[in-house]
Design a protein around this ligand. Structure first.
Ligand SMILES: [Zn+2]
Length: 489
């Protein structure tokens, strides 16, 4: 057997003003066939799994491109086409292949391409031929399109948010595709549109039990795999929204029935999936009243770089300053210009500095502070599950009793160890503000006395009824109360 593996993806926020270009990809490391010789990150981890599994069986592996960008606005057309065509050229050289395994995000939009994954899968199918088994691993924040479903044999999404199961899903996809290539199974897929747009956090109920029920259905009665594509709400594409996806063994009706059953189950419990969001001032006030001991964690969800936000908004920082809150840690705030000034001034310097607020209204206003440069650190990393992910250079700035950590590489905050290069221990703070929607949770929840999700007018404001979608024609909750009957909210 010959297995062809590659990764191309990003999660495109079509509403933010700054594009996804070559630099966004290169910051994560672009590898031309040798990603598996480097330390795995979130989206290269599947390539490592697939190579190991294939080589264990004595199969031939052809590794192509790894290119995955930090989410931002619409991808530059030439950048998408260049990476896509590199994968296609490698595939053409490798032909014939038995299995193609692609690590993709599932929500990539490029100028001229609303469905990059569907485009890539269609071209891969055209080259590899009808008998090759084509599998894709997707982030659960994906748009599952007709092109994707018809061109791939097996699609599997992450089940967990935070995405702690990317390696497990890679194992699962390999097994499913290997079985199909060996003729043991004949996978068929079906999706069901839940007519919902939202975010669903799987460590807590009711989603925790829902994930367990999905897993319980797998491997019996002809059901090979069950996924829930949560959807990425800030993509203006026709298929935006939540979809259940089932792979069955040769039985399309079975796949459709299980997808419908799960989708209707999720729809029925839609109200209980809602998260309470705090306004910044209320959340800070609540933290003031918290007992000393373990910190309160405020998640600045709307400024999560992982959803394409700038990660430089000042809405929560301003709330801290307004309330004269002492003893808070806030990060990671993306501000390469401020870093450059801090570096020039040097550790120990005190100076006036303008921080954040640089990418338009979603960043809020820049904040002028007198800061002391406490420490600088270079080429830093943070953990996400077993992977290490770059944060760039860091500066610890202290102002008005607040420790602000700025960085040079736009990324969300995953883990408390992001602060370690500066010698900062998040556990000793009363309040920590993390710029992340949910991926922070696995690392920070164990040290927090409580976690508050805070909403602002940032790049991914969680106001799902009012996102300015123009391409989805089918109604969805919560814009209408019951999109299946047309009842208005
Ligand atoms: Zn995701």
């Amino acid at each position: 057997m010959k297995v062809f593996i590659a990764c191309l993806g990003t999660e495109t926020n079509t509403f933010v003003p700054f594009p996804t270009g070559r630099r966004n990809f290169e910051e994560n490391g672009v590898f031309h066939g040798d990603a598996t010789r480097h330390t795995p990150n979130l989206f290269s981890a599947p390539l490592h799994v697939w190579r190991r599994r294939a080589e264990t069986r004595g199969w031939t592996v052809v590794e192509s491109l790894f290119a995955f960008a930090q989410p931002a606005g619409v991808t530059v057309r030439a950048v998408y086409e260049g990476y896509r065509d590199e994968i296609l050229a490698d595939l053409e050289k490798a032909l014939p292949v038995d299995i193609v395994l692609l690590s993709m995000h599932g929500a990539m939009v490029a100028d001229g391409y609303d469905d990059c994954e569907g485009d890539l899968l269609s071209r891969v199918r055209a080259l590899a031929g009808p008998r090759a088994i084509i599998g894709g691993e997707l982030d659960l924040h994906c748009h599952i399109t007709t092109a994707m479903i018809t061109q791939a044999d097996v699609l599997v999404t992450f089940k967990e948010y935070p995405h702690i199961d990317m390696a497990e899903r890679a194992e699962e996809l390999f097994t499913l595709c290997a079985d199909a290539a060996e003729g043991k199974t004949r996978p068929v897929m079906a999706v069901y549109d839940c007519r919902m747009v939202g975010m669903y956090r799987t460590p807590v109920e009711p989603m925790k039990s829902f994930v367990a029920r999905m897993q319980a259905l797998e491997g019996k009665d002809g059901v090979l795999s069950v996924s829930l594509g949560h959807g990425f709400p800030w993509g203006d594409v026709a298929e935006v929204g939540t979809q259940s996806l089932v792979v069955a063994d040769g039985d399309a009706a079975k796949a459709a029935a299980v997808a419908r059953q799960l989708g209707q189950e999720l729809f029925a419990m839609r109200d209980s999936t809602l998260v309470t969001y705090w306004q910044p001032d209320d959340a800070v006030a609540d933290a003031e009243s918290a007992q000393a001991g373990r910190p309160v964690v405020l998640a600045d969800v709307a400024d999560n770089a992982g959803g394409g936000s700038p990660s430089d908004s000042t809405f929560v920082l301003e709330a801290l300053l307004r309330r004269d809150y002492k003893g808070a840690l806030i990060g990671l705030l993306w501000d390469p210009v401020a870093f450059q000034i801090a570096e020039e001034a040097g550790e120990g310097a005190t100076l006036d500095m303008r921080i954040g607020g640089k990418c338009g209204p979603i960043s809020g206003q820049p904040v002028d502070l007198r800061v002391t440069v406490k420490k600088l650190a270079y080429d830093c990393r943070q953990s996400f599950g077993p992977t290490k992910n770059g944060t760039g250079n860091l500066a610890w700035l202290q102002a008005d009793g607040i420790d602000i950590v700025i960085n040079t590489r736009r990324t969300q905050l995953f883990h408390p160890d992001a602060f370690a290069p500066l010698g900062l221990d998040p556990a000793r703070y009363r309040l920590i503000v993390v710029k992340s929607s949910q991926h922070f949770y696995a690392g920070f929840a164990p040290l927090a006395s409580k976690v508050h999700y805070v909403t602002t007018h940032g790049g991914i404001e969680p106001d799902f009824a009012n996102i300015r979608h123009t391409k989805r024609t089918v109604p969805y909750w919560p814009r209408v109360a019951d999109p299946f009957t047309g009842q208005n909210a």
